[in-house]
Design a protein around this ligand. Structure first.
Ligand code: PRP
Length: 213
């Protein structure tokens, strides 16, 4: 048995539940975490010498970069936006969706003609990289914290950069996908020092998880 605890940071919500289902499949259980009423933040599995904690998604890469967590599970969108010094080691295959430029159909022309447009988003770094480095289009990026679809509806922005999963939020608000930026899914990230010091243990974990995907 390993002597050191391996610490996992999981993005709160659906992603964490799916991750724990996957860990159960390789024999790592944490019954306490299933209690919906618990306000506990850290959960320990003594047998496997692992502990889990739940964090806000955008904080997961931060915990992993600083080594407060050895391993994190979080969406590719968050990894791209936070741009932390961590290793991305595994695509877990769930939480699949796309990062897209969306808006009313009428905004398509503005995009095609590289007009100076306003872009509302929770992901200013991803939006900047896409418009400046890939499209070479100068835009005005406006950071929002949620319900980004409101942007074009209330005329805060011409388009949005956001996650599209089923497409129903767009549809119900008269918006559509105008350009696809990239596919997204849940990923496993590893602290750089952990990767060096615990190589075998981390590799073994990745292999076991891969076998279940
Ligand atoms: C996300 C995203 C879209 C929606 C897409 O929002 O920002 O609004 O889900 O899903 P759909 O294509 O299946 O409709 P989330 O629910 O995370 O809330 P938020 O708007 O507060 O970010």
């Amino acid at each position: 048995m390993e002597d050191r605890y391996l610490t996992f940071a999981l993005g709160k919500g659906r992603l964490a539940n799916k991750t724990m289902d996957l860990f159960e499949e390789i024999g790592i259980k944490c019954e306490e975490m299933k209690d919906k009423d618990t306000r506990k933040l850290v959960f320990v599995n003594e047998k496997h010498k692992v502990r889990f904690f739940l964090a806000k998604g955008p904080d997961v890469p931060t915990y992993v970069e600083y080594g407060a967590a050895d391993i994190g599970v979080v969406g590719k969108d968050t990894i791209m936006e936070e741009n932390r010094r961590v290793y991305e080691v595994l695509d877990l295959g769930f939480g699949k969706c796309n990062m897209c430029v969306c808006g009313p159909e009428s905004a398509r022309e503005l995009l095609n003609h590289h007009e100076m447009i306003r872009v509302a988003t929770k992901y200013p770094n991803i939006a900047k990289d896409y418009f400046y480095n890939h499209k070479h289009q100068t835009v005005d990026i406006i950071k929002l914290n949620g319900s980004v679809e409101l942007g074009p509806i209330v005329e805060l922005s011409d388009v949005i950069v956001d996650i599209v999963e089923t497409g129903s939020t767009l549809k119900e608000n008269g918006l559509t996908v105008l350009e696809e930026i990239c596919p997204l899914s849940a990923r496993m990230i590893v602290n750089q020092v952990t990767m060096q010091m615990q190589t075998e243990r981390v590799k073994d974990l990745i292999a076991q998880l891969k076998a279940k995907l």
